[in-house]
Ligand binder design. Structure first.
Ligand code: IVH
Length: 648
């Protein structure tokens, strides 16, 4: 074939694949297919250097280094935003703009995630990316086209002849940032800026950058800001799928609160939301004050670290007996929730942090779920702070504790420790186990404190009258509680096993055991060797199961009340037999647990880690590193739709 024609066809196809993968989020082929087409294109272009054009997909790799950047004058000034930090600030903003036009805000707001990156401007002429520039001082920026070309999310060509000017944000993924932290970049914004302002485009190309478009400067008939995003998306730009129209400030507040709580599910950093008057005519009418448009505001999240006073350290006993020191804090707002407890992990951690009771401490969120203590501010000490003495006995039962070999944690080994029993009860009623709706930890506490329940089996003999003895229970609620318990007298074997709370036996292992042995009796009489021979069950787990059955008295008692159903009762088919699935990211139609259950109900296995043995990795939105690992290992990747097709 004529190389000219072949090159053109290759470019068109690569661009199409890229568009479906990045902009529509619906890849048509594996990325490796795209890569091999790119390789062919690259080889052809090497052979015929005259045919290389700046918009070729191969030109994303980065050209020759520059001495310094050319200046670029923005066609219109690039503004910045005023910040709001709380609901009052937001309300005041609306008041201010309503003084200019009382109708401001009436037709709603467009809310966007505020990306922690670097603002860019892109200019396309005759459908080709001509200029990509940084914001600079807002009037004059730097021409960084060569570098922006290396970013996959920035289209090199678009299907639009007339000149188009638009703006967006370039940012770096959290994962990539982690790798560069050591080099002294303070935040992802810093690293993104540093990567874009590299004179050698190859350096930019080597960093995984992404981009979302957020404003269209050229008038293409957009009436609202939402329109603008749709037009940008239709032109082939990546726009953020989480952006949302909100009809009033109440919805804006909800949008902000939602993302403050869920920002960790994203693979990039956001530091708030951007709220913009949706109606373009109104937005323009409101005008500009100083460097900021009146019609938009950045509504920031509350900080994720805060200082507070450490009032006390208590030690909690977990379900498996592990002793965890917990900091009791003066309540403080962090990332949208009030925090009054934080984990101190273990004795070594307390030593490492050198915290004392009475200290002012910095509290943050580890993995952003469980608050933890980052450090003690020793400069603020008064001398009245007290050292914490880790207990030598279990705080719940006063029996001796042991340090587990190879671990930093201490454990209470008393089988009758009331704290362990209580935690075991919480586990028994929890979602993955008996899932007793209407019965929560508070009711368990009340029942145990009143001496009505000592173990899980006691639950099943409770009567309505027993509940009357507790506070807060009336006729109806007592009846409901009893009914809820009674409705769980039949349970699948795997849930039963999981509910026992055998150390190291999670829900997946419980399913494996139920499948392998079929009945509780067979599992109970299995030898240590038999247990250890099961796939995915190691020596430690096998021993834990074996020991449990050797000493158990609960099961005999429970069996008087409960009918255990074979695990097959949920079996729908066997069509996934021998297939192992790993899920990453969140799916739209169901939770991960439900998806795993679905796989099992068709005879397949669900696992949490990817290996060569994995048959499929199902990728939802905001997937983790598992997707990449799957790619590396050549494991087949499915999106949600493909997965559903497979099971239905
Ligand atoms: S709209 C007048 N939308 O936040 C500026 N900005 O000062 C209008 N940013 O420098 C910007 N994500 O770089 C907008 N979804 C988003 C954004 C966003 C991040 C940055 C932008 C600007 C700063 C606000």
């Amino acid at each position: 074939m004529d190389p000219n024609l072949r090159i053109k066809k290759l470019r068109d196809l690569i661009n199409k694949y890229r568009y479906h993968r990045l902009v529509l989020d619906k890849p048509l082929v594996e990325e490796s297919v795209e890569d091999s087409l790119k390789k062919e294109l690259f080889d052809l272009e090497t052979q015929f250097p005259k045919l290389v054009t700046p918009d070729s997909p191969t030109q994303r790799v980065g050209g020759t280094p520059l001495d310094k950047f050319e200046k670029f004058t923005h066609p219109t000034r690039m503004l910045s935003l005023l910040d709001a930090f709380n609901e009052d600030d937001l309300g005041e903003w609306l008041e201010r703009i309503r003084r200019i036009d009382p109708k401001a805000g009436d037709s709603g707001y467009y809310c966007e995630l505020k990306l922690d990156g670097l603002a860019i401007e892109l200019v396309y002429e005759k459908g080709i990316l001509k200029i990509g520039a940084t914001r600079g001082d807002g009037t004059v920026g730097e021409n960084v086209t060569q570098n922006l070309r290396t970013i996959d999310a920035v289209p090199l060509t678009i299907d639009h002849e007339e000149e188009i000017v638009l703006r967006g944000e370039v940012f770096i993924t959290k994962k990539e940032f982690e790798e560069f932290k050591a080099e002294g970049y303070a935040n992802p914004r810093n690293l993104a800026a540093g990567s874009i302002r590299q004179l050698d485009p190859k350096i930019t190309a080597s960093r995984k950058m992404d981009s979302y478009a957020y404003s269209l400067i050229t008038d293409l008939g957009q009436k609202t800001h939402e329109d603008e995003h749709r037009i940008l998306h239709d032109l082939g730009f990546k726009t953020n799928p989480h952006n949302k129209f909100c009809k009033d400030l109440k919805e804006v507040q909800e949008f902000r609160d939602y993302w403050e709580k869920h920002r960790e599910s994203l693979n990039y950093e956001i530091d708030g939301i951007v709220v913009q008057i949706n109606d373009e005519a109104m937005f323009r009418k409101l005008g500009v004050i100083g460097k900021t448009p009146r019609g938009a505001i950045a509504y920031k999240f509350s900080p994720r670290e805060a200082t507070t006073k450490l009032n006390d350290i208590i030690v909690s006993v977990g379900r498996t007996g592990t002793l965890t020191p917990v900091a009791v804090l003066e309540p403080v707002e962090i990332g949208g929730t009030t925090v009054s407890r934080a984990t101190l992990h273990n004795e070594d951690e307390i030593k490492r942090l050198d915290v004392k009771i009475g200290d002012t401490v910095v509290v943050g969120r580890a993995g952003d779920v469980i608050p933890d203590i980052k450090k003690a501010i020793t400069e603020l000490r008064t001398g009245k702070e007290k050292n914490f003495q880790f207990p030598r006995k279990c705080p719940a039962c006063n029996e001796t504790i042991k340090r587990v070999e190879g671990e930093v944690a201490y454990k209470c080994v008393n089988k009758n420790c009331p704290a362990i029993k209580r935690e075991g009860m919480y586990h028994f009623i929890s979602k993955g186990a008996f899932d007793m709706d209407g019965i929560g930890p508070k009711i368990i506490d009340a029942l145990m404190d009143a001496g009505l329940v000592r173990d899980a089996a006691d639950l099943f003999t409770l009567t309505k009258e027993d509940f009357f003895n507790l506070d807060r229970f009336a006729d109806k609620s007592a009846e409901n509680a009893v009914a809820s318990i009674q409705s769980h007298k039949k349970i699948a074997l795997d849930r039963f096993i999981y509910g026992l709370g055998i150390p190291h036996v999670g829900s997946e292992t419980a399913v494996d055991l139920a499948r392998k042995f079929g009945t509780l009796e067979k599992l109970g009489s299995a030898s240590l060797e038999e247990l250890a021979a099961i796939k995915d069950i190691g020596g430690v787990v096998a021993k834990s199961i074996f020991d449990w059955f050797a000493h158990d008295r609960l099961i005999t008692k429970l069996k008087k009340h409960i009918a255990i159903l074979p695990v097959e009762s949920t079996q729908k088919s066997n069509k996934l037999k021998g297939k192992t699935f790993v899920f990453t990211g969140s799916m739209e139609s169901m939770s991960r647990e439900a998806a795993e259950e679905l796989v099992r109900s068709h005879g397949g296995d669900a696992s949490s880690s990817v290996s060569k043995e994995t048959s499929y990795v199902v990728v939802g939105s905001e997937p983790g590193s598992k997707a990449e690992k799957a790619k590396k290992l050549g494991v087949k990747i499915l999106n949600e739709g493909e997965f559903l097709k497979l099971v239905q």
